[in-house]
Design a protein around this ligand. Structure first.
Ligand code: HEC
Length: 247
């Protein structure tokens, strides 16, 4: 490349850079003139990056599948315990066990009654879940594991009915779960949850400023050490020697 040509191309690059900067400034100015909050916001909202396209109604519908405790989002449909049993045995029992007891390390879907206050609570749909809507939503959304969203609405109703049966929440094999009777089902642990209503909590109610320094009137006293909790396994390793020397 000759010297003069080189200079010319550098000049072009500089011009382009200047033009770009000018363009950006113009966008800033436009935003400011219309009274936008900040130049950055104005550019973000006024610039199209030429990427993507609006989602279609079908695409939104495919994502918009959540089911709420009050029944919002439930599709039309129904299914019985007996129908659910057949689908469960074919598509779910291999992981969740014939009676929902869970195989190997796969999760249990039944059992665990009266264990919530035990040392090792067994939290299942029957013992723990407060709403049946979560069963419908979750099975429809995520199961069978590896082949999610392959079940029809009626099949999910039937499976949900069968899971109720496995947990003795319904006892009639001919029981049919449908959109119409769905919210009549009360889960055993429905009363076991409290709304997280922090606005009612003293600090928020008083609208107080949080204390950030010297918040305890008295000097802080250490009441317990980790060693007392006995979390360190007994052994003659170097680590435990170090541990016991800390007091
Ligand atoms: C290949 C094994 C497998 C199969 C088959 C399977 N699941 Fe699951 N299931 C899982 C795993 C793994 C989880 C936990 C997933 C997680 O926590 O992310 C799970 C979780 C669940 C849960 C939530 C349990 C809880 O207490 O959190 C439900 C309900 C459930 N499955 C229902 C079903 C139904 C109904 C079928 C049949 C249509 C099915 N599963 C088929 C593996 C499987």
């Amino acid at each position: 490349m000759s010297k003069s040509l080189k200079r010319a191309s550098t000049g072009l690059a500089l011009l382009l850079a200047a033009g770009f900067a000018f363009g950006a400034n113009a966008a800033f100015d436009g935003g400011a003139a219309e009274g936008s909050a900040s130049p950055a916001e104005a550019t973000a909202s006024e610039t199209s990056f030429g990427l993507g396209r609006p989602a279609t109604e079908e695409e939104i519908a495919a994502w918009d599948v959540d089911v709420s405790p009050n029944g919002d989002g439930l599709p039309e449909g129904s299914g019985t315990v007996v129908e659910g049993e057949e689908i469960f045995n074919a598509q779910c029992a291999i992981c969740h066990g014939d009676f929902g007891e869970g195989r190997d390390r796969w999760p249990a879907l039944s059992g665990g009654e009266d264990t919530l206050t035990a040392m090792r609570p067994v939290k299942t749909i029957g013992s723990y879940w407060p709403y049946l809507s979560t069963v419908y939503d979750y099975v429809h959304r995520a199961m069978p594991f590896g082949n999610a969203q392959s079940l029809s609405d009626d099949e999910v109703y039937a499976l949900t009915a069968y899971i109720l049966f496995l947990n003795f929440i319904v006892e009639d094999e001919d029981f049919e779960l449908s959109k119409a009777n769905f919210t009549e089902i009360e889960m055993p642990n429905a009363g076991g949850f409290e709304p997280d209503d922090r606005v009612e909590e003293g600090h928020y109610r008083a609208d107080a400023d949080p204390c950030m320094s010297d918040c305890k009137p008295e000097p802080v006293v250490i009441t317990m050490r980790a060693r007392v909790l006995d979390v360190t396994p007994d052994s003659n390793s170097e680590e435990s020697e170090v541990d016991s020397s800390v007091d």
